[in-house]
Design a protein around this ligand. Structure first.
Ligand code: COA
Length: 176
């Protein structure tokens, strides 16, 4: 799609590490779809975070879950978010706010992005109550310790997480 067409459609980018995607993220994507013609879910690479899944694995999971869903596009990017947005002609960032403690970090990011690109606006949605306690790290811990993440992540995510953790454990054993 050309940059001009992109601008005509009301698009928002929803960036994150998505390591892995949770129902909390899905809640934001689905509510975003009601406001924007298109929500571009953008999986970030090269972050300070040590991720469990590779950038391609994270993006593939989201693609599989949203296959055929109108108004959702899944991409991955490296480098600055605002540079990727400029290449795509997108000017709105969508982010979810879970608790008050998210605010400071989100505030810094929104201001940082604004400083880098004046035309970029960040819109926040309050994550719905039942998802406000979820984080990708909590889910990874629950699954790693043998618990069930049902209701927190889609079954596909839980399956991939179990496979990944099993493979990691096997690799550690082999290395011993
Ligand atoms: N429901 C449930 N959990 C949520 C959530 C929601 N709606 N929104 C966020 N979370 C959780 C995530 O699971 C994640 O948990 P974790 O820390 O345990 O992994 C945490 O909140 C934050 O994750 P996420 O929303 O994916 O954001 P992030 O902080 O990992 O991503 C980027 C930040 C990728 C958007 C940011 O680093 C970026 O833009 N990077 C590109 C480089 C750049 O431009 N940097 C300059 C920025 S000014």
């Amino acid at each position: 799609m050309s940059e001009k067409e992109n601008r005509k459609m009301k698009s928002a980018i929803y960036p994150g590490s998505f390591d892995p995607l949770t129902y909390g993220h899905i809640n934001i994507i689905n509510r975003g779809r009601k406001i924007f013609d298109r929500v571009v879910v953008a999986v970030a690479g090269n972050m300070s975070k040590n991720t469990t899944f590779t950038i391609d694995e994270r993006a593939d999971i989201i693609k599989e879950l949203f296959r055929g869903v109108k108004g959702v596009e899944v991409v991955s990017f490296r480098g600055l978010l605002v540079n990727y947005m400029s290449r795509r002609g997108i000017r709105t960032i969508l982010r979810g706010l879970r608790t008050f403690s998210d605010f400071e970090y989100e505030f810094q990011m929104a201001m940082g992005n604004k400083k880098l690109a004046q035309e970029v606006e960040t819109l926040f949605m309050i994550t719905e109550g039942e998802y406000s306690y979820i984080s990708s790290s909590i889910i990874k811990e629950i699954v790693a310790l043998g618990g069930s993440a049902r209701g927190m992540v889609p079954p596909l995510v839980e399956k991939k997480l179990r496979e990944k953790l099993r493979a990691e454990r096997a690799a550690v054993k082999r290395g011993r």
